[in-house]
Design a protein around this ligand. Structure first.
Ligand code: MSP
Length: 676
């Protein structure tokens, strides 16, 4: 029997259309689900929508609609988005479906019967956008009562409520988290959950509301609806048929291998959810991974700022592969990352159009021209063939290693290293020269085979990340439908491409984009959102007679600390910092880069060795300024080629807006000295 793998996304509030930040989680889960399927797992991938709660009821009322009348079209829009992005989910759960409601009611009743839930009175504060309870001490500030998570106003509530005895399970949960380091990932967030929430002690949680009615009713007391987070979290087992007539999926797939969630909702998943499961005597999920946020240059995406980007707009213009590739490549999954239109267009141009697109088209053209479109057999071996082959053979293992740890960006970087190596192989072997003489025809055959084979391996490996490009590449290589040559296993074995395959050059895999035109397009596409944000703000100000402080309808919390810069990074431990090797280096020579106005080429003396570094500082320093300076070098950075010149490290500089100053040290400090 195949091993199983159960993966879930959070279920989204259908209070607004989703933005690329939400799409990011779903794409990441999809890459993981596809990767596991390729590896032979029996995968179950769940996503869905979280449709109850006060926020949704209020949002629908604003539009003069009944909740479902408002929600249904949004859910259709979301499903269409997943369709456009080729999200391979196995089930889409809606919390308004009877199959879910039924399980939630049974769960609630069971906990009530066994005394884990009791009736009491709640007096405290409630954040409607986050659907979260807070105590007075947690949310009292000089500016009033503010949600510590999202920074918006909270409402004071006093209600007769049902409570869940969270404190009863607190020690067991702490023990579980401590004994299972992989349970909460990444590590830094695990510590945050332990220190900020568990160690200070848990209060009993209010698990019903009686001041609105858009929710699942408490079966024995229908005046109350079940707290939306209890309702929502249960989706992960109700979708599998837990406590239903057919619980075969539950038995097959539970416990989940991974719940992937944003860092803002990690608390609900690592505290409320496991405690609920413990009380039900259900095994805990194996891992909960809290990923970072996708930010805009001016901070978190938010309707009130008008900086949200509609993913459909990007997909329609640039294709789903481009959007999927960008998000998975650009951002380190555990950390926050910034979407800038510039980096988006550049990645599409450099990585997709140039690196892989061009490689395929050049190779297909040459095989058509020199071998009538038939892939020749390799006739000899040697260098640089061997180094290309050995890199290709080890790439699959590296990709797998990173995927296991959700390091999508690193996995892609390894595939692109192979793509880059293959491009370099063309420069090294110069096939156009080999084609000039009959004597070198055998060598030319080897080169052509190696190029096509290396592309085949790359195309098999990109399958978890991109869904359309692999088949297009196989079509051009003549192996579309060849299960063996396109299987995941075959990516680890050199020689899977059958000689004799017919190559046919088709349209470009990824068209090259005009940077200025595309930047203007993306800017224009957010203009409407910005206009609307301004209008809404004016309306709210007018209603209140003062500037608005809350935005109850947005599904996006603003960052709590408004003063924190948009590019602020997650906290790291000293061990992470210790991985960076910083050393004093002296500039001994410096020249302008022959092909790039912005770059200088520096020769550095590290005391124990010499290094060449290419640096983008030509606008601020002349080569003459640089000679003699003692700078700080990131000495263990992987070398890269920048515009054809090798750069073995990076020098540090402070920059703000249009200013830049190099970080330098006193002359007396010896070259090679460690900076820490
Ligand atoms: N309905 C709850 C989840 C219940 S799961 C049992 C919810 N919904 S949400 O629609 O507000 O958010 C869904 C997910 O989107 C969360 O994981 C959240 O972290 C994520 N993101 C929201 N904005 C995001 C970014 N800007 N970037 C990355 N993830 C983003 O919370």
């Amino acid at each position: 029997m195949k091993p199983t793998y159960y993966i879930t996304t959070p279920i989204y509030y259908p209070s607004n259309k989703l933005h690329i930040g939400n799409a990011y989680t779903t794409i990441a889960c999809d890459a993981m689900a596809r990767f596991k399927r390729l590896q032979g797992y029996d995968v179950y991938y769940l996503t869905g929508t979280d449709e109850h709660g006060q926020k949704l009821q209020e949002r629908a009322a604003e539009d003069g609609k009944q909740p479902l009348e408002f929600i249904d079209p949004v859910v259709d829009w979301i499903k269409d988005l997943w369709n456009k992005l080729d999200i391979s989910y196995d089930d889409f759960i809606r919390t308004t479906q009877p199959r879910h409601k039924d399980v939630v009611q049974k769960v609630f009743q069971r906990l009530l019967d066994q005394g884990d839930i009791y009736l009491g009175e709640y007096e405290g504060y409630y954040c409607v956008p986050d659907e979260a309870f807070w105590t007075e001490t947690q949310c009292k500030t000089d500016k009033g009562y503010i949600c510590p998570d999202c920074g918006r106003e909270v409402k004071k509530v006093k209600e007769k409520n049902y409570f869940f005895r969270m404190s009863k399970y607190q020690d067991r949960l702490l023990q579980h988290i401590e004994a299972n380091p992989e349970f909460i990932q990444p590590e830094s967030r695990r510590n945050e959950m332990i220190n900020n929430f568990l160690k200070p002690g848990l209060q009993d949680l209010s698990v019903s509301r009686s001041t609105f009615d858009w929710g699942i009713k408490v079966p024995s007391d229908p005046e109350h609806v079940i707290y939306v987070w209890i309702d929502a979290l249960t989706n992960y087992i109700s979708a599998l048929g837990y406590l239903s007539d057919d619980d075969s999926k539950y038995r097959r797939f539970w416990p989940a291998n991974i719940h992937m969630v944003g860092k803002d909702i990690l608390r609900f998943h690592t505290i409320y959810w496991p405690i609920l499961l413990m009380a039900l005597d259900v095994p805990l999920p194996k891992q909960i991974f809290g990923h970072g946020w996708l930010l805009m240059p001016d901070g978190k995406m938010s309707k009130s700022k008008g900086n949200v980007i509609d993913p459909k707009l990007l997909i329609d213009r640039y294709g789903s592969d481009g959007v999927r590739y960008f998000l998975l490549r650009e951002i380190n999954f555990g950390q926050d990352g910034i979407f800038t239109p510039e980096s988006f267009v550049q990645r599409l141009n450099y990585d997709l159009a140039n690196d892989i697109g061009n490689l395929l088209s050049r190779t297909a053209t040459m095989i058509e021209k020199y071998f009538d479109g038939v892939v020749p057999a390799a006739e000899d071996a040697g260098e640089p063939d061997d180094s290309l082959i050995s890199l290709a053979q080890k790439t699959k293992g590296l990709v797998e290693e990173h995927m296991e740890e959700m390091r999508f960006s690193n996995a892609l970087a390894h595939i692109w290293e192979l793509v880059g190596r293959t491009n370099k192989y063309i420069d090294e072997t110069m096939p156009w020269n080999l084609a000039k003489s009959e004597e070198t025809k055998g060598r030319l055959a080897t080169v052509m085979y190696n190029l096509a084979e290396s592309i085949r391996i790359s195309s098999v490996l990109i399958q978890p990340f991109m869904t359309k490009a692999p088949a297009k590449i196989w079509d051009q290589l003549g192996i579309l439908g060849n299960a063996e040559a396109t299987s995941w296993e075959s990516a680890g074995v050199w020689g899977g491409l059958p000689a004799g395959s017919t190559v046919s050059r088709k349209e470009l895999l990824f068209p090259r984009l005009d940077v200025q035109a595309e930047l203007a397009f993306i800017d224009e596409s957010t203009a409407e959102a910005r206009r609307q944000a301004e209008e809404n703000k004016k309306k709210q100000d007018a209603l209140k007679g003062e500037p608005a402080v809350s935005e109850t309808t947005a599904n996006q919390p603003e960052a709590t600390q408004a003063e924190k810069p948009a590019d602020a990074k997650d906290e790291i431990g000293i061990d992470d910092f210790g991985k960076v090797e910083l050393r004093v280096a002296q500039v001994v020579e410096c020249a302008k880069h022959p092909n790039a106005d912005k770059l200088l080429i520096l020769q550095l003396d590290l005391g124990y060795e010499k290094r060449q570094v290419v640096s983008g500082i030509a606008k601020y320093y002349t080569p003459e300024d640089m000679v003699g300076k003692k700078v700080i070098l990131v000495a263990n950075l992987k070398p890269v080629k920048l515009r054809g010149e090798m750069s073995q490290g990076m020098i540090l500089a402070a920059s703000a807006g249009d200013q830049l100053t190099l970080a330098t040290v006193d002359e007396g400090m010896p070259n090679g000295a460690i900076v820490k």
